[in-house]
Design a protein around this ligand. Structure first.
Ligand code: ATP
Length: 307
């Protein structure tokens, strides 16, 4: 039996420009660097789940352009099975990422392109795939109605449902009630609960608030402070893992969510799944990029054995 993960989300071509400052309107500046790479939370999470050994299907829409080809190539190399429609009338999504050269701070414009047209009908066409998954995962980069419908279908089937509520948006209680696990970071947890999450005790309070509002469980990711799980009855805190010097923490959350999905698809208990996801995220921060930084199952296990 191969455990099966189904992810709904967005692929973006991340175009990162480095310069001393943002240009003013009407101005052209000479930058000091450029990188083009695969991004989009859903796509990153699908790559992380597939690298972690789960049979992973990714539902999205792509354009018929070069960025769409880049996505297909990424998924082929990572072993992700795309469930996609390619449309000529809209472009594949892209992100403009400005990086301030001296500080490393960024400013980002996301344009999901054709992924903005993902519809409820797209989801209903994949009813059998979604309801037959062990774990279903989605985020908020594509429209909400298809995400909601997919969570409902996953629930009607046998799938465990995970919602990564990113980018930060408030969620209604009835949507939370469709989630077996909701996985906000500190900022998203604060937006959802009003609890300012600085300490592990704050995370505990925020997680309990999410469970009180209808989620089956919450996992709050706390960066270098690790991750906290609470389902109302049981609480587990797992420390961040040291896998070497951090060089790029972008995509740590995606690495965590993808590996978590792979672990839970194997029916592992919460603590084991959290340790596995933390190790996967720890490896990803020691590497540049997002999707290319995702760890394999063998790498994750080797790190856990060294602990
Ligand atoms: P991003 O938006 O950068 O992708 P995020 O804010 O969604 O990240 P974080 O809470 O920062 O997510 O990180 C997710 C998980 O990654 C953490 O729970 C932790 O396990 C791991 N992690 C993050 N930063 C580090 C680090 N510097 N060293 C080791 N592990 C880390």
């Amino acid at each position: 039996y191969v455990s099966k993960v189904v992810i709904l989300g967005v692929f973006l071509a991340d175009a990162a420009f480095r310069a001393e400052r943002l240009p003013r309107l009407g101005e052209t500046l000479h930058g000091s660097g450029f990188a083009l790479g695969p991004g989009g939370k859903g796509s990153n999470q699908a790559v992380a789940a597939a690298r972690a050994g789960a049979k992973t299907h990714f539902i999205t829409r792509l354009g018929t352009d070069n960025f769409g080809d880049m996505a297909v190539d990424l998924w082929r190399r990572a072993g992700v099975e795309p469930v996609i429609e390619r449309h000529a009338e809209h472009p594949t999504g892209a992100a403009f990422i400005f990086i301030e050269a001296h500080s490393g701070n960024n400013a980002i414009i996301i344009s999901p392109g054709v992924a903005e047209t993902i519809s409820v009908a797209d989801i209903e066409a994949q009813q059998a795939l979604i309801s037959g998954a062990d774990v279903f995962v989605t985020q908020f980069e594509q429209p909400l109605p298809p995400a909601r419908r997919a969570l409902e279908i996953a629930r009607e089937g046998k799938a465990l449902t995970i919602l990564n509520p990113a980018p930060a948006t408030d969620i209604s209680n009835d949507l939370l009630a469709l989630c077996d696990i909701v996985t906000p970071n500190e900022t998203e947890a604060e937006l959802l609960t009003g609890v300012k999450v600085v300490s592990i005790a704050d995370a505990q309070q925020a997680a309990m608030a999410l469970v009180a509002r209808g989620a089956g469980a919450a996992i709050i990711t706390l960066g270098e402070k690790g991750a906290l799980y609470n389902n109302g009855a049981e609480s587990v805190h797992v420390s961040a893992v040291n896998a070497g010097a951090a060089v790029d923490t972008t995509g740590a959350g995606d690495a965590f969510n993808g590996a978590l999905a792979a672990a839970l698809a194997r029916k592992w208990p919460a603590e084991r799944a959290l340790r596995y996801a933390s190790a996967a995220a720890a490896i990803s921060v020691t590497r540049h990029g997002t999707a290319p930084a995702m760890a394999s199952d063998a790498e994750i296990n080797a790190l856990l054995e060294r602990q």
